[in-house]
Design a protein around this ligand. Structure first.
Ligand SMILES: [Zn+2]
Length: 288
């Protein structure tokens, strides 16, 4: 089993192998991953070469913000609006201090918060791209995420370039309380200005997108397109089930279900996404 990425904490406490065994362990550990869709073993390099989509069943694994930017924009793009950090306005502590959570997020993702802005070309089209990072505090939206997206909106307005936001978020960042909720209005009003100027905004919803993000900019695109199998909603299924005291239908809150119910415009596999976005933007065109 050492060929699979360890998921069970108990396994990691096993005595360290020695000698030749240890060498082999080091070289092979984590080279294979088990697909969460078809349960088959996939060679990690194959998975990465396939944009983190299972080559056997098409299951979409998560993708970090840097990979996402690189998967959409042509080489030569520029990462912008970096260096903003939360001031922890409420001096908040739950089971651990918010400051510590922020530090961990920075260490794990190499980002200052759960968002990454880039400017570059999507195929032949100059765009502004803003990508959420789920691995940073569950992609939650606080002041820094809100401000960074607002700056992406400003760049779109100033350069008359289409905006694409890729969402992955548990919702508002509770450690910033009301400050996080304000971001919904701040971003939405910026998007309304884009609408006035007839500059296209496309939202790409990825797994998972919830709460205040769904309730604001994730549903405000001129086009709202989701990846296959993504869970998208406001409250989670368990909360809804407990509230309405009814069993929810099969596939509830999955992107395919939401497409059928009219909440989304399209469900597009990651491999087709870039071409789809190019076609859509060519169709929309920014007026001169
Ligand atoms: Zn699979």
């Amino acid at each position: 089993m050492s060929w699979f990425k360890r998921e069970n904490a108990d396994l990691t406490s096993a005595p360290a192998p020695e000698g030749e065994d240890a060498e082999r362990r080091v070289r092979t550990d984590g080279l294979w991953v088990k697909c969460l869709g078809c349960r088959q073993a996939i060679w990690k390099a194959d998975l990465e070469a396939n944009l983190n989509v299972c080559p056997k069943c098409g299951y979409h694994f998560g993708m970090d913000a840097q990979e996402r930017v690189a998967s959409l924009l042509e080489p030569g793009y520029e990462l912008v609006d970096q260096g903003l950090r939360s001031t922890d306005p409420l001096n908040f502590t739950d089971i651990k201090p918010y400051k510590l959570r922020l530090e961990q997020g920075r260490r794990q993702t190499g980002l200052d918060d759960a968002i990454l802005n880039a400017v570059g070309d999507l195929g032949p089209i100059p765009v502004v791209l803003s990508v959420m990072e789920y691995a940073f505090a569950g992609g939650s939206m606080g002041a820094v995420v809100g401000e960074t997206i607002a700056r992406a909106v400003d760049r779109s307005l100033a350069g008359r370039k289409p905006l694409i936001i890729v969402t992955a978020s548990g919702g508002a960042r509770m450690q910033e309380g009301i400050v996080s909720l304000l971001q919904m209005a701040k971003i939405s009003s910026g998007l309304a200005q884009m609408d006035d100027k007839r500059i296209p905004y496309i939202c790409v919803l990825t797994h998972p997108t919830y709460g205040g993000v769904t309730a604001s900019f994730a549903m405000l695109g001129d086009l709202n397109v989701a990846e296959p199998g993504a869970l998208i909603g406001f409250a989670g299924p368990r909360v809804i089930e407990q509230t309405i005291r009814q069993k929810l239908p099969e596939g509830f809150q999955r992107s395919e279900f939401l497409l059928e119910k009219g909440f989304l415009d399209a469900v597009m596999s990651r491999k087709e996404l870039k071409q789809y976005l190019i076609r859509a933007l060519e169709f929309m065109q920014v007026p001169a």
